[in-house]
Design a protein around this ligand. Structure first.
Ligand SMILES: C[S@@+](CC[C@H](N)C(=O)[O-])C[C@H]1O[C@@H](n2cnc3c(N)ncnc32)[C@H](O)[C@@H]1O
Length: 251
């Protein structure tokens, strides 16, 4: 269901955030298109439009999100997880898969609008315990009760003592300095980390403002950003071409 007032509120709040949490070159290109389509066509029509980013298409194969969950199963017992943080949650399909199997986990999702808006509206249409951005925007401490909490990415410093941090196809689209800022909190507060990224980095933009990253974020940036972690496994992702699944545990 459309709720343009919610999207407007998210965009208004974002005007006053620190630069480090603003869209970087890669995502700014996509965001403009996405915002335009959401505003013009609404969510129902967006669902049918193949033109929108594939990560936001509701027709993206189920395996795209099931396989990372299966992969993590080899490294962590999901029944022991209380808190899972996902940064760059897209439209929320990954959390949908995990929550259907583990309904008692406290999920904290961080993203930028408009993706965050799509995510909230999509997950609210499936689960009764989604805590809206309208409530999380004023939170100053991390919630711990079961549910799905929708946070603006600029609230990321709120995370404390989390069992699993998740990032898929998202860090790779950011600049290394932006990733380093997020990883500073992850390194301190997480016990386990799952990253699914293009480890040699995404394509470079021919110039600022054109699609691509200005500087590649690579495996070396993840290692530097997670000094307290051991990289316990890497394996190529079968379905997300060019990406590698990786699991990290606190030493
Ligand atoms: C390609 S989508 C991946 C979505 C989802 N993780 C998946 O696997 O389908 C990239 C996601 O990263 C988010 N993102 C991009 N830059 C970001 C930033 N600087 N901070 C937080 N999230 C960001 C986008 O909003 C988007 O949701």
């Amino acid at each position: 269901m459309d709720d343009r007032a919610l999207l407007k509120l998210m965009l208004k709040d974002r005007k006053n955030i620190q630069n480090i949490y603003k869209p970087t070159n890669y995502w700014a290109c996509y965001e403009r298109k996405m915002l335009f389509q959401i505003w013009l066509f609404g969510l129902k029509k967006l669902q049918k439009r193949e033109s929108i980013l594939s990560a936001f298409s509701y027709t993206t194969p189920f395996e795209r999100f099931m396989l990372p969950y299966d992969y993590c199963h080899k490294h962590i017992d999901f029944t022991q997880i209380n808190t899972l943080v996902e940064l760059g949650s897209g439209c929320g399909r990954q959390v949908e898969i995990i929550k259907k199997r583990h309904p008692n986990i406290c999920f904290l999702l961080f993203d930028m609008p408009p993706a965050l808006y799509v995510c909230e509206q999509y997950l609210k249409s499936i689960f009764p315990d989604v805590v809206s951005y309208r409530e999380t925007r004023d939170m100053t401490t991390m919630p711990r009760k079961k549910g799905i909490y929708i946070f603006g990415n600029w609230k990321f410093p709120i995370i404390k003592n989390i069992d699993l941090f998740w990032n898929a196809a998202s860090f790779q689209e950011m600049e290394p300095g932006v990733v380093a800022n997020y990883l500073k909190y992850v390194n301190k507060e997480a016990k386990n980390v799952f990253l699914q990224e293009r480890m040699e980095g995404k394509e470079l933009a021919i110039k600022k403002g054109k699609c691509g990253v200005l500087k590649k974020t690579t495996i070396e940036d993840y290692k530097r950003g997670l000094p307290d972690f051991k990289l316990v496994d890497t394996s190529p992702s079968v379905i997300t071409k060019g990406c590698t699944n990786s699991f990290w545990k606190k030493d």
